[in-house]
Design a binder for this molecule. Structure first.
Ligand code: NAG
Ligand code: NAG
Ligand code: NAG
Ligand code: NAG
Ligand code: NAG
Length: 392
């Protein structure tokens, strides 16, 4: 019957295996298997027509003795012990191949196997669960040294290689915990004193393990919190009486985002007809001289409140027609305006208050002729040579 055939065949196999399997067999001496995954127990002859496998036995060495659990025979076919039949099969790629595929590998599969007298050592490895967690507190610029992040490689066998790659000059601390079956959980803590001085900070956890085809790399986003940094844009020192469509903006760089914005005036009340929208101060009406003053922008986030002041001078734009009598043209730039010149002044555009600052900008020595406009007007005279100088 089939059963007696099988029994006699098995007995024969056990007895004659070495002789029948005389052909040289190729099998890697160490095999790593990942818990719960499939693995291949490699065993084949060199690929050559002279080295066809005739018969081959797979044997396990157990503390209770040896167990022939699978047999390949050209004559009788294949056999796999019922204990393993559900999750083992021969690969049978070629007639040289007696490799076995084992599904859903478990700890009890670890040990020593023999294929046609060649010994294989099956080591069971476990792929770690890898993840990165943030430290206990937010990173605040200039704050105390703290754990930025923790990289964990949980339940690895053998222990995983865990390290941090960074440009931050911090330090690492590590610990590992060993559980039954030599399953090890490793953690690496990255410790650093937060500062914003590092451009594009980088922090990446790298985990290497025999169960991984390539290292796992998990980047960690560094976010250092800081008080708002303010700069004021929009004031170009060319603000004249009557100019419209005017605004200044407080540009803020803050982490976390700013939640409080305020514009105020330090030297006087805020002029009427200004509007505040977040960090922007809008002069809804054309500028007036009395809008001159010191303005303050205040911005806060959860870290701190920052303020910045801007001194705004509203100018009167006018054109002076300068007339010089009895002085050669070439000497004009060197003249002392108050004593040697007589001025005629034509105010092209005048604000409501003439006593505002006047600055000579187009004279070669760039004198700052400040004073009430009336000083000049009183010295006005007829024109022999005339020259137009813009005063701001
Ligand atoms: C293991 O092999 C079985 C059968 O070949 C297949 O169905 C299963 O998807 C494989 N499992 C893995 C994790 O590769
Ligand atoms: C894999 O084997 C374990 C026990 O070793 C079992 O609990 C699990 O259900 C098996 N998984 C599959 C997909 O067969
Ligand atoms: C920083 O550390 C010092 C001393 O350990 C402590 O007194 C202080 O409160 C810490 N500062 C912060 C912001 O945690
Ligand atoms: C002002 O800030 C708030 C909150 O940051 C934002 O929702 C809103 O769009 C801003 N308004 C303008 C006009 O930018
Ligand atoms: C102002 O100065 C510039 C060069 O400095 C000169 O070319 C120009 O003619 C001057 N304007 C007047 C009105 O003098």
């Amino acid at each position: 019957t089939n059963v007696t055939n099988l029994l006699s065949w098995m007995t024969r196999g056990l007895t004659w295996s070495a002789a029948v399997c005389g052909t040289p067999v190729v099998a890697p001496p160490r095999v790593n298997a990942v818990l719960g995954k499939n693995m291949t127990l490699e065993c084949r002859t060199r690929a050559s027509p002279n080295h066809i496998l005739v018969e081959c036995h797979w044997v396990r060495s157990l503390s209770s003795g040896t167990d022939t659990f699978a047999t390949y025979s050209q004559e009788y076919g294949i056999f796999i012990s019922s204990k393993y039949a559900k999750r083992m099969h021969f690969r049978l790629l070629t007639r040289n191949d007696a490799s076995i595929i084992v599904q859903n590998v478990s700890f009890s599969d670890a040990g020593i196997y023999t294929c046609c007298s060649v010994v294989l050592m099956l080591r069971l490895i476990m792929e770690p669960k890898v993840y990165v967690t943030a430290g206990p507190s937010a990173l605040i610029d200039g704050g105390n040294e703290t754990t930025v992040a923790t990289c964990s490689a949980e339940r690895a066998r053998p222990e995983a290689q865990v390290y941090w790659e960074s440009n931050l000059f911090g330090t690492t601390l590590s610990d590992s915990v060993r559980a039954v079956n030599d399953i090890i959980t490793t953690r690496q803590y990255y410790v650093w004193q937060p500062t914003r001085l590092i451009q594009s900070p980088k922090l990446t956890c790298v985990v290497g393990h025999p169960a991984l085809q390539r290292d796992i790399r998990i980047p960690y986003q560094i976010s250092v919190q800081h008080a708002p940094e303010i700069s004021i844009v929009g004031y170009d020192e060319e603000w004249y009486v009557g100019r419209g469509d005017i605004k200044i903006t407080c540009i803020v760089n803050a982490n976390p985002a700013a939640h409080f914005f305020k514009w105020s005036r330090l030297d006087d009340q805020m002029p009427e007809g200004v509007k505040m929208v977040n960090g922007t101060l809008i002069f809804v009406q054309p500028l007036q001289l009395k809008d001159s003053g010191i303005y303050r922008c205040e911005i806060a986030n959860t870290i701190d409140l920052t303020s910045r002041d801007v001194r705004i001078v509203i100018q009167v734009k006018m054109t002076l027609l300068v007339s010089v009598m009895s002085v050669p043209d070439s000497q004009i730039p060197a003249l002392n305006v108050r004593t040697a010149c007589r001025w005629k002044m034509a105010l092209e555009e005048v604000g409501d208050d003439h006593s505002n600052h006047i600055k000579a900008t187009n004279m070669s020595d760039d004198r700052d002729e400040s004073g009430p406009v009336s000083d000049y007007v009183s010295q006005a005279d007829g024109a022999a040579v005339s020259r137009t100088v813009s005063y701001i």
